[in-house]
Design a protein around this ligand. Structure first.
Ligand SMILES: [Zn+2]
Ligand SMILES: [Zn+2]
Ligand SMILES: [Zn+2]
Ligand SMILES: [Zn+2]
Ligand SMILES: [Zn+2]
Ligand SMILES: [Zn+2]
Length: 393
């Protein structure tokens, strides 16, 4: 434990002065209660954090944990924020985490979330370029694809990073969501939406058709499905799959009346043209819901595209002392004692005591040091040890 007092000092008075902005800031960082793991809620679209510190013993790749576990069980670990991932069950304390227990909810010994999908994001790599994300150094805007939920650099989307700028992205204010070209190739019936007024689009003509995107997600379920729904019985490579269009796919017979497919208005898009879609507000209303298209969404397992998805958020944390508490948290994060005090459930319960403890510092403008915080916790620690009951908190 480092003992340079000066390095780790924080003036509580400063925090109090900036109470409002700090609270907003803290609210952004830790907006929710973190006292419950989402595991028992099953598969949800939720904020997911990959942990680089917890190495899986099973030989599998790194797992992901829910918001609460990211704080309560992995607060001082090397976490990667993956933002929202659909259909994800928290891995904390499962076999993927090699036996380290979840502080919030015990999991069955052999628990393994087999239907979770993992990709390079869980290694901290994003985009087609698979560059490791470094929040300190990353300057380019990134966009999350609605379908694959990977994140892409603007200069990778428009080709600039590869030395050839193929198009300009629309202004950020002008679109709401993004669908990447890998996904429009995988689900090629989406490509013609480039003609719709509800989408801006970027086009890239593939020169060496068939070599560009070979490495992407070959194993995903959608790929397999595309193979299944294709009229061809041959196993296809990803590159060929874009040939699957409305005609090549076994479709239900068209019914009469108003079941007209919107896509028929537009020219089919050539296979060697990659399409990035930038979706403007209410773009989902534009998606065709004819029987053909409904069938396609279903067979490609992308029905979720039709409605804005529900994303789980833990209950709001409306403790008024968030900013002050957060300053304590920052100091705590620098102490190896933290792990000894059983993670952040303990912090949450200690919150009131800690705020009380910090108040005199705030009132007098005195500086609170790591030493002070340590003394506070040590006194709490010994209180606990001498107590028979669970009255520590
Ligand atoms: Zn969890
Ligand atoms: Zn961890
Ligand atoms: Zn946990
Ligand atoms: Zn990139
Ligand atoms: Zn995508
Ligand atoms: Zn249609």
């Amino acid at each position: 434990m480092a003992s340079e007092d000066t390095k780790d000092t924080v003036t509580v008075g400063e925090y109090l002065e900036q109470q409002k902005s700090l609270e907003e800031e803290a609210g952004e960082v830790l907006p929710w209660n973190f006292d419950r793991c989402t595991y028992s809620k099953g598969h949800l679209r939720q904020a997911v954090y990959a942990c680089k510190t917890c190495k899986p013993s099973t030989g599998s790749g790194p797992g992901g944990v829910c918001y609460s576990c990211s704080i309560a069980c992995h607060a001082d670990h090397d976490l990667i924020e993956l933002f929202n991932k659909r259909n994800f069950q928290c891995d904390c304390g499962t076999a993927r985490f090699g036996g380290s227990a979840c502080q919030l909810e015990p999991k069955p010994q052999d628990a393994l979330n087999e239907t979770n999908l993992y990709n390079h994001n869980f290694e901290g790599r994003f985009c087609w370029c698979k560059v490791e994300y470094d929040p300190e150094r990353e300057e380019a805007n990134m966009h999350q694809c609605v379908l694959c939920e990977d994140w892409f650099h603007e200069n990778c989307i428009n080709g600039e990073k590869q030395g050839e700028k193929n198009f300009s992205l629309p202004d950020l204010d002008n679109f709401e969501e993004y669908i990447c070209r890998t996904c429009t190739s995988k689900h090629s019936f989406l490509k013609p939406y480039k003609n719709s007024h509800m989408f801006f689009s970027g086009q890239t003509v593939r020169k060496n058709d068939g070599t560009k995107e070979k490495d992407n997600d070959k194993k995903s379920k959608n790929d397999q499905l595309q193979v299944e729904t294709s009229a061809s019985t041959n196993k296809r490579k990803l590159d060929d799959e874009q040939e699957i269009d409305l005609k090549a796919t076994a479709l239900p017979k068209k019914t009469k009346g108003d079941d007209v497919c919107k896509l028929e208005r537009w020219e089919p898009v050539k296979n060697n043209i990659d399409v990035d879609l930038f979706c403007i507000q209410n773009w989902r209303d534009e998606l065709c819901r004819c029987s053909k298209c409904t069938y396609l969404y279903k067979s490609h397992q992308i029905e979720f595209i039709l409605q804005e998805e529900e994303t789980y958020e833990p209950p709001q944390d409306d403790d008024a002392h968030t900013s002050l508490f957060d300053s304590g948290m920052k100091l705590l994060a620098q102490m190896d004692r933290v792990t000894a005090i059983e993670g952040a459930i303990a912090y949450a319960k200690l919150r009131d005591d800690l705020v009380e403890f910090l108040k005199p510092f705030g009132d007098s403008g005195k500086t609170v040091t790591e030493q002070d915080i340590r003394a506070f916790f040590e006194s709490k620690w010994s209180e606990r040890k001498t107590s028979d009951t669970n009255s520590f908190f």
